[in-house]
Design a protein around this ligand. Structure first.
Ligand SMILES: [Zn+2]
Length: 339
């Protein structure tokens, strides 16, 4: 008959103290590991901090309000159905592509196997494309883009300076044709530009009061702006003219709130994506180019572009857009951001 196993001897007092210390150390390591994992990996699945943009599940504080697609008043481009109808039945249409094309073979193989990592996304993304939405507000823009046209863009920037992120930056959004694979995009709320000054169409969007020009937003449209009672005034008092693709256009400027928020967004994207330089295409004199880049020039360019730099049939962000105002401010902010 086998002998019964003897009970383990009681540890002496010194052994018990060592075990307690080891136990406490183990608990501390587990707690730090849990905090680290929560900060680095799990944030977007739960909630996204209020001033953060998200790439591959990683959140970066950019110092200005960003409304995530996960928030109740956010705009969710993952939704396979219309946003502005009570009808919850999905239409099954993807507004974006979960796989970016044009990746180097090694990255594409890794992405197929286990999804696109942040390190690989940082190698692939080298452009930030700036648009005006010709809708006037971000709510109207999302209605047209998502519900009507089945398109997408990563960010919307409203007249009051609120940024909305609609997708994780790992996704390929449909906003700028040949630039989609390698870019991130923003639609800035703005009525657009015109070939004549103060045309009847332009006057539908702007009116004068005792303080100067202001945007005229119909009540149903103005309600979608996050800041109650916000009055959108151009950053410059008078209408601006300039050339795009060799043709003259007229445009009221963007709001100061939009410029301030966009500088934060550009700085954050430059911090997160080393290939996005805080500069735009320039001509031999150092001025911002006002025409489209050839396809090979665009592929070779690392930085911030307007939609008109991508396509000859587009004018956005238009002649009033103050490139150096945004770039200078973004360079100042960039040094304070750590991804
Ligand atoms: Zn555009």
């Amino acid at each position: 008959m086998p002998q019964p196993t003897p009970p383990a001897p009681e540890p002496v007092a010194a052994d018990r103290a060592v075990r307690r210390r080891r136990h406490r150390l183990g608990a501390m390591v587990a707690a730090f590991a849990a905090i680290f994992l929560l900060r680095c990996a799990a944030a977007p699945d739960a909630t996204v901090p209020e001033r953060s943009i998200v790439a591959c599940g990683r959140a970066l504080d950019i110092g200005t309000r960003v409304v995530s697609w996960l928030e109740a008043d956010g705009y969710d481009a993952y939704r396979r159905g219309r946003h502005f109808t009570a009808d919850e039945v999905p239409d099954g249409k993807l507004r974006y592509e979960p796989v970016r094309g044009g990746l180097p073979d090694a990255i594409a193989a890794r992405a197929r196997e286990r999804g696109l990592s942040l390190a690989d996304l940082q190698r692939a993304v080298h452009l930030f494309v700036i648009h005006f939405d010709v809708c006037g507000t971000s709510r109207q823009c999302f209605k047209v883009l998502h519900d009507v046209r089945c398109l997408s863009v990563h960010f919307l920037l409203d007249v009051d300076g609120t940024i909305y992120q609609t997708l994780d930056l790992r996704e390929k959004a449909h906003h700028a044709t040949i630039a989609n694979d390698a870019s991130i995009g923003v639609e800035i709320a703005h009525p657009g530009c015109w070939p004549q000054p103060l045309s009847a169409d332009m006057r539908r969007w702007y009116e004068r009061d005792e303080q100067g020009w202001r945007m005229r937003l119909p009540p149903g449209v103005a309600d979608g702006v996050r800041t109650p009672g916000f009055v959108a005034r151009p950053a410059r008092a008078e209408i601006v003219s300039g050339e795009v693709h060799g043709r003259t256009y007229w445009q009221f400027d963007y709001t100061p709130q939009q410029y301030a928020a966009l500088a934060h967004l550009c700085a954050g994207l430059a911090a997160l994506f080393p290939r996005i330089r805080l500069d735009a295409p320039r001509d031999a004199t150092g001025a911002i180019r006002t025409n489209a880049l050839a396809a090979d020039e665009l592929l070779a360019f690392d930085g911030i572009v307007g939609h008109f730099h991508v396509q000859t049939n587009k004018q956005d962000p238009g002649p009033a857009f103050q490139w150096d105002r945004v770039l200078d401010e973004a360079r100042t902010l960039r040094s304070g951001m750590r991804p």
